[in-house]
Design a protein around this ligand. Structure first.
Ligand SMILES: Nc1ncnc2c1ncn2[C@@H]1O[C@H](COP(=O)(O)OP(=O)(O)OP(=O)(O)O)[C@@H](O)[C@H]1O
Ligand SMILES: Nc1nc2c(ncn2[C@@H]2O[C@H](COP(=O)(O)O)[C@@H](O)[C@H]2O)c(=O)[nH]1
Length: 217
């Protein structure tokens, strides 16, 4: 059998990882979709942010966030340890730089649950690695219903999140893909399609040069 007649191991082709950003107004469902993606896709890992906000019941330090106090966070900003950072709802949130940069080189994909400010900063710094997906709720009433049924926040916090919702929605045009999260399964399927397609971008598939050279030999 000639070399070029052997089965092609396309899933073994080397590629650079990507930074998959999921943003939405608070309560639209990005955490829900992110958890499904992490459970069902073995090639993507969560980028775990540093935050100064208090831990919620059920959260685990190092898994959901790296929890830090303000002084520690500000020191990390000074030391240039973040790819991006922002203040959201009165607390600081930031993306640690070192692990992400090393992982991308090794073909690791990262999932980001960050807001529009962080997305803009990431895009400015790492444009070609970033894929930006924005989730919208089917309606404002449904958004409020989801925040309430989540049962994690006080009335004041819920009102604060609702007050910011319209401003957050106004950033929809800073994203590459926009998906309405009405039915969870449908939304998830669409988000997954975007991820699969983006993995096949020619520029990310660093193994294509050798592979096509071999095919053409
Ligand atoms: N398509 C959907 N239909 C009904 N409920 C949903 C849907 N998607 C998410 N939810 C529910 O809505 C609530 C809010 O979802 P989630 O916590 O994922 O939002 P979020 O965008 O991550 O919010 P935050 O920015 O505040 O972390 C959760 O209780 C979740 O189970
Ligand atoms: N710019 C960044 N935004 C972040 C980061 N991590 C989370 N977030 C956003 O904060 C709000 C609130 O999150 P919550 O977990 O406290 O409800 C939400 O919009 C997240 O997307 C980050 O590293 N950078």
């Amino acid at each position: 059998m000639a070399i070029s007649d052997q089965p092609i191991q396309t899933n073994a082709l080397k590629r650079r990882g990507l930074m998959f950003v999921l943003s939405s107004p608070s309560g639209a469902g990005k955490t829900t979709i992110a958890r499904k993606l992490l459970a069902e896709d073995g090639e993507i890992a969560m980028s775990v942010s540093v935050t100064t906000r208090p831990m919620r019941p059920g959260e685990v330090d190092g898994r959901d966030y790296h929890f830090a106090d303000r002084a520690d966070f500000e020191r990390k900003v000074e030391d240039g340890e973040f790819l991006e950072w922002a203040e959201v709802f009165g607390h600081l949130y930031g993306t640690p730089k070192a692990a992400i940069k090393a992982g991308l080189k090794d073909g690791q994909d990262f999932l980001f649950d960050i807001d529009w400010q962080g997305t803009q900063q990431l895009y400015q710094r790492m444009e070609t690695d970033v894929v930006r997906v924005f989730l919208l709720p089917p309606s404002i009433a449904e958004l409020e219903g989801r925040l309430r049924s989540r049962n994690t926040d006080s009335e004041d916090v819920i009102l604060g999140r609702m007050a910011r919702a319209r401003a957050e929605i106004s950033h929809w045009d800073g994203y590459d893909y926009v998906v309405v999260n009405d039915d969870i399964d449908e939304c998830f399927a669409k988000v997954r399609m975007v991820l699969e397609a983006e993995r096949m971008r020619r520029a990310r598939q660093t193994g294509l040069v050798d592979f096509t050279r071999e095919l053409m030999r």
